[in-house]
Design a protein around this ligand. Sequence first.
Ligand code: DHB
Ligand code: FE
Length: 291
Amino acid sequence: MARIIGGIGSTHVPAIGGAIAKGLQQDPYWRPFFDGFHATHQWLASHKPDVVVVFYNDHGLNFFLDKMPTFAVGAAESYRHEDEGWGIGFPHPFAGDADLSWHIIENLVADEFDVTTCQEMLVDHAFTIPLSLLWPGDKAPPVKTVPIVVNTVQHPLPSPARCFKLGQSVGRAIESYKPDVNVLVIGTGGLSHQLDGKRAGFINKPFDLMCMEKLVSDPAALTRYSAMDLVEQAGSQGVELLNWIAMRGALTGKVSKIHSNYHIPISNTASAVLLMENESEAKQVPFKKAS
Ligand code: DHB
Ligand code: FE
């Protein structure tokens, strides 16, 4: 059976792609940010996920404001990135896992999440940047992927409680998937930032740090906020925290923090990475010898 081995929350600021292309990882501005990913590289090398399920928001590449699903699941064998105007290129496609996608879709619909299914889907910086931070280099990451898009862009947004339940349903789906694969769940975006309007440049460090702590120890606490509370506390684009909440919902077992890094600012954003391990309940059942 499939196992959920952990969850990672990661920022997806497009400027990171420019810094990678220019090799600026050791530059004084970028170094404290890129150094925050070394621990995730070690963990990925020893835990070797086969598949990643990525909760993220599309920023107008695949879905535009005229047609905006609240939740959409990719069900393709391969996904491509296209130019969004940020000046970052991605030559390689990303491998899909259509079997796992359809298993997740069937379970979500049975759980009354009436998702949009996408047998063709372009993936934007919110999908590609975290994967290139986790698996640096020019090659495609050595994992299959299942992209799940959450609308954090056009109101009305889904509530934190709904996103948490979406993640829980995805977690149950993964754990009922027969193939013997290790699955890592990722949530991208945030943390606090606001790119436009009167509060452009808004960052809320105390709120971010509280969320990072609650994501590990008491994620249900975050489901008491409304989506508009998140706009107020984290900024109009900081609502990307919804993707992290969905990711955490999918961690069904005993969760422990392995690593985190919080760094202000990257571009206009409070950047963060959080790695949690998920020990499935099944593993915790002590082995009993036959008498
Ligand atoms: C920035 C942050 C984002 O989350 C995004 O999608 C685009 C830009 C930024 O801080 O520049
Ligand atoms: Fe974003």
